[in-house]
Design a protein around this ligand. Structure first.
Ligand code: SF4
Ligand code: SF4
Length: 302
């Protein structure tokens, strides 16, 4: 097993390609033996017990921009209360993220323009959901092929209409995997791309090495997401793992706003302003896309 606290990976940077094809008798620990190649990505059996890095690299090869391993045991009670024992029985999770393109997110203040709204809804939501579900499916298959239990959680599927949530929080797994912090927007904010990432999860009992630490909250005195929300869904309270989401976020307000927009025109029912405005994501996109005019958050002027 990889040492405790092994690092998560992002697509950027150190992605050596391990997908080599050794001779049948000559594989070294950690080598991959390609046995199937669905969609060109390859399903491989790892020749040693050390699954950690091969798993992360396989996920990146299959399209993950972010991947990390979470130890779910500290959050077991919360996970069980949300998804039941069928979800909470898994001790670990592979957290998988797909970055949203800045050219989709940056125009969101102009979402009254149907061209902006339709492009965001299709490319940043519907198509990314397909990509995430395919990604979690192939990673789960890969882990199952190594002889471990693995369950892919749908990327976006509400199972509780009262609490307005799914059976499992992908953001919880990403936080425990050391990929980012929960912002005042209740979004997972990565150091590399801010909240401009969508997430999915594979629950597993595979002996993967979870992150040893989480990323510290970097919201500081910023309130940009709180102030921009058209329905004032956020309280502005910083995340605390021992507090319920309701202390920070009224999901019902956001949900009713979307229902209202859908009644008006389903094709253009998008918001995402809390995701757009976060300075961590905007900074990441600044080099690629010209910024739209917007007042900087308080922390940027202090
Ligand atoms: S998506 Fe829009 S309405 Fe919903 S919480 Fe974010 S800013 Fe508010
Ligand atoms: S907009 Fe500001 S307060 Fe909101 S999540 Fe981003 S850094 Fe935190």
């Amino acid at each position: 097993m990889a040492p405790s606290g092994a690092k998560a990976l992002t697509r950027k940077g150190n992605m050596a390609r391990p997908h080599r094809r050794p001779g049948p008798e000559s594989h070294a620990p950690g080598d991959l033996l390609p046995v199937l190649a669905p969609g060109g990505a390859g399903l491989s059996i790892v020749a040693s017990a050390d699954l950690h890095r091969p798993c992360l690299e396989y996920a990146v090869r299959c399209g993950a921009d972010f991947v990390g391993i979470a130890d779910l045991r500290p959050a077991h009670a919360h996970i069980r209360s949300q998804g039941g024992e069928a979800i909470a029985m898994f001790p670990r999770a592979v957290s998988l993220g797909v970055a949203l393109r800045h050219e989709l997110v940056d125009p969101l203040p102009g979402r009254a323009d149907p061209a902006v709204a339709v492009a965001y809804r299709r490319d940043a939501y519907e198509l990314v959901n397909v990509r995430l579900d395919r990604l979690s499916g192939v990673v789960a298959e890969w882990l199952a092929a190594q002889g471990h239990r693995a369950k892919a959680v749908p990327a976006s599927q509400r199972t509780d209409g009262v609490r307005i949530c799914g059976a499992f929080s992908h953001k919880l797994a990403a936080r425990l995997a050391g990929l980012g912090w929960i912002g005042k927007s209740c979004l997972l904010v990565t150091p590399e791309a801010g909240p401009r990432v969508r997430w999915t999860t594979v629950l597993t009992d595979a002996p993967l090495a979870p992150a040893a630490t989480t990323v510290l909250d970097r919201c500081g005195d910023c309130r940009a997401c709180v102030d921009i929300c058209p329905v004032r869904a956020f309280t502005g309270r910083a995340f605390r793992p021992d507090e319920p989401r309701e202390a920070r976020y009224d999901a019902g307000k956001c949900d009713r706003y979307f229902q209202w927009m859908r009644r008006r025109d389903p094709a253009t029912a998008v918001c995402g302003l809390c995701l757009y405005v976060c300075p961590h994501g905007r900074d990441a996109g600044a080099a690629q896309t010209p910024r739209l005019p917007l007042s900087p958050p308080p922390s940027a002027t202090a």
